[in-house]
Design a protein around this ligand. Structure first.
Ligand code: AMP
Ligand code: MG
Length: 688
């Protein structure tokens, strides 16, 4: 069984100010990690004895989300299944832990608390002075135990044996997990119920408390007019797993309505919305497959009179139904030329020799078909409809037009004038940031001012979008001004299905994207943080456009500013969205979750090559990799593009064709080592 994620919260004014060392937190950590891999530490924090701080921290750790992420790993912030709070359970007025958490309980586990107290009382009568409590919040069991190292450990020890069962039972969610699970138990996209962003209403109640009815809040972001001193110091957006984020994206968008296009408007990446039927036979006439001579097969080898020639596009006029080829005669034919009536075979030039030509020497009179030449009736002739039969389906609805050219070529010979296809989306791209300098305009600056940086996000994203076949609109670089941002996005959404922005989505003072989306554009942020490294602040929002039957939802991907984060988020979420919009799921007949994911964001298993790499303990990591087929081992192998994998360093994306999907680490599995199998998201065709 996968280890269950635990959050340990130390509540102490002194520890939070650095005036005392937290010893009970580490002791609890040690205790849980000694339980044969049953637990893994997902969250650790120290907060002062403050009701609000305790409540908001615990609430954010107990979000009722999926308990595995995209990589199948068990831990990510916001998804604790057990929370142990140590401290603030005494009898002094400053001890407020119990007051802070009990109102959050959806179920009080009184007997669990009693078991802790009874056990501890056997050790010390002072246990009677501790306000130990236990309950359920979301999918997590929450315990509040004393602040002393000894007392906290002794209390938890009393119930250690029943804790895993308590947690499993408290966290059982009927009817959702199976919807998300693939055959191997991984959560996955599409058709599943989506976790809704929680509304930070400031009170101590959870979504579940309010019976699933959302409050009237406009969203989670800071007030635009609130000023720097009023901003939140922690993101109010719950950090959701990668799989839940992709679910959100895919459930928010639909295939773009099909339109009729003529052949030269159709591009690779588009998907046919209708079966294509051949209107004509190809070839429309019996045609020669060889440059040679048409003859009557039963004549066999020998000398022949050359009656005339039939070249491609110009049938021999004088040999026709009324006046067909006679025994002893041949007609010179070119590849693709119509067969003269009466002839039933073709011999190749190479099997003949010239016997006699005209006096001028410009035409053949007699040719010899060499002895031993094999001649069978029908040889080297393509009969009518040999390549395509009129009336048959030659391309099925759902077929993806590839860069190979085969589908476009087949459409070309089908005899149809136009075709019903799903369009590829038109996407607008902007970079944001006062420090960002343009490189796409005609004037590329020579000397960057101190503090400025060149825009690498916009060029990279525009190129990646074009490679997927999208039409792009370049919105340029927009300064960190909420009004300008809102105006530019609003205008772009008039003509585009979606807008991609980079920068301005984190916790900085000029990070305006989230408030702009919520407060100025009337959008709904579907997620504002994802449990992944890099790309944590990746934000996805939908914006309703129009009213009544003409209403439709447009979307915004507000990607992080760091270049690698932006590109990783693009390949993890935007590229699958574009494929879905373009109809790439339509080729699948009642697909399962695994097939959907493969169609929209393909991945392979590969052997990891390289030095040991420490796994992140909190977020699954997507490391830039180079994937190749190992001909010796007959499997995919993947290695880091380079050892410097910072999210600011675009160079780590150089020559990357894969994102190596690394699960969260734990005490028992701290690193990935050479030779291990890893999951790899393929972002470009590997070299073979
Ligand atoms: P932000 O989220 O806007 O604070 O951006 C995070 C980091 O990414 C900052 O160091 C930015 O300077 C950098 N950054 C933002 N936009 C771009 C861009 N278009 N190209 C390169 N770096 C960027
Ligand atoms: Mg910025």
């Amino acid at each position: 069984m996968e280890p269950l994620p635990v959050g340990i919260l130390t509540v102490s004014d002194k520890c939070s100010e650095g005036l005392a060392t937290d010893t009970s937190g580490p002791a609890l950590e040690k205790l849980l990690l000694s339980q044969d891999g049953a637990w893994t530490i997902a969250e650790r924090q120290i907060v002062p004895d403050n009701t609000q701080r305790i409540a908001s921290t615990v609430r954010s750790w107990c979000a009722p989300l999926e308990d595995t992420d995209d990589t199948g790993s068990p831990t990510a912030a916001g998804r604790c299944r057990l929370v142990i709070i140590t401290g603030g359970t005494g009898v002094s007025p400053s001890d407020v832990t119990v007051e802070a958490v009990e109102p959050l309980f959806t179920k009080k586990l009184g007997a669990l608390a009693t078991a802790m107290v009874i056990g501890s009382l056997k050790i010390t009568p002072y246990a009677a002075l501790s306000q130990v409590t236990a309950g359920v919040i979301g999918r997590a069991v929450v315990l509040a135990v004393p602040g002393s190292r000894k007392g906290s450990v002794e209390n938890v020890q009393q119930i250690l044996s029943v804790l895993p069962h308590a947690v499993e039972t408290a966290g059982a969610v009927h009817g959702t997990r199976h919807l998300h699970a693939t055959s191997d138990g991984k959560p996955i996209a599409e058709h599943a119920s989506m976790p809704k962003p929680r509304i930070a209403c400031g009170c101590a109640r959870t979504d579940e408390d309010s019976g699933g009815v959302e409050s009237q809040s406009q969203g989670l972001s800071n007030e635009l007019s609130g000023g720097i001193t009023g901003r939140a110091r922690k993101s109010p957006y719950p950090m959701i797993p990668v799989s839940a984020a992709l679910d959100q994206v895919l459930s928010s968008i639909r295939e773009l309505p099909a339109e009729k296009l003529v052949l030269n408007q159709i591009r690779p990446g588009q998907v046919l919305a209708q079966d294509v039927v051949a209107r004509e036979n190809v070839p429309a006439y019996p045609a020669s497959i060889m440059d040679g001579y048409a003859m009557i097969a039963s004549d066999g080898p020998g000398e022949f009179i050359m009656r005339t020639a039939s070249t491609a596009g110009a049938a021999a006029q004088e040999v026709n139904e009324q006046n067909p080829l006679q025994p002893g005669e041949v007609v010179r034919v070119a590849t693709g030329a119509p067969m003269p009536p009466g002839a039933d075979a073709v011999v190749m030039n190479e099997d003949t020799e010239l016997i006699e030509s005209t006096v001028q020497g410009d035409e053949e009179l007699r040719v010899k078909i060499l002895d031993g030449t094999r001649i069978v009736s029908g040889q080297f002739i393509r009969p009518v409809g040999h390549d395509l039969k009129a009336g048959t389906v030659i391309l099925h609805a759902g077929t993806v037009i590839t860069t190979v050219g085969g589908e476009i070529g087949t459409l070309a010979v089908s005899g149809n004038k136009s075709f019903l296809v799903h369009p590829l989306p038109t996407i607008a791209v902007m970079s944001t940031g006062d420090e960002v300098v343009d490189v796409l305009g005609s004037e590329v600056c020579d000397n960057l001012q101190y503090g400025s940086i060149r825009d690498c996000n916009r060029p990279a994203l525009l190129a990646a979008l074009k490679a997927l076949g999208c039409t792009t609109v370049d919105l340029g670089i927009i300064r960190d001004d909420p009004d300008v941002l809102a105006q530019t996005i609003r205008k772009a959404l008039d003509t585009c299905q979606g807008v991609i922005t980079t920068g301005g989505v984190s916790m900085g003072e000029r990070d305006w994207l989230k408030p702009v989306v919520e407060q100025q554009l009337g959008g709904q942020i579907r997620f504002g943080r994802v449990a992944m490294k890099p790309s944590k602040p990746t934000t996805f929002a939908t914006i309703p456009q129009g009213t009544g039957s003409r209403s439709l939802e447009k979307f915004i991907f507000a990607l992080p500013g760091n270049p690698v984060s932006a590109l990783v988020a693009f390949h993890m979420f935007v590229a699958p969205a574009i494929r879905k919009l373009a109809g790439h799921l339509l080729r699948l007949d009642s697909p399962g979750p695994e097939q959907i994911l493969q169609a929209l964001r393909p991945s392979v298993r590969a052997v990891f090559e390289g030095a040991d790499y420490a796994l992140d303990r909190v977020r699954p990591e997507y490391v830039r990799g180079s994937l190749i087929w190992d001909h010796g081992l007959s499997c995919w192998v993947v290695r880091f593009t380079d050892q410097k994998q910072q999210s600011s360093r675009m160079a780590s994306m150089r020559c990357a064709n894969a994102l190596i999907s690394l699960p969260c680490g734990s005490e028992s599995k701290p690193a990935i080592t050479r030779g291990e199998w890893v999951n790899v998201v393929v972002i470009a065709a590997p070299e073979l």
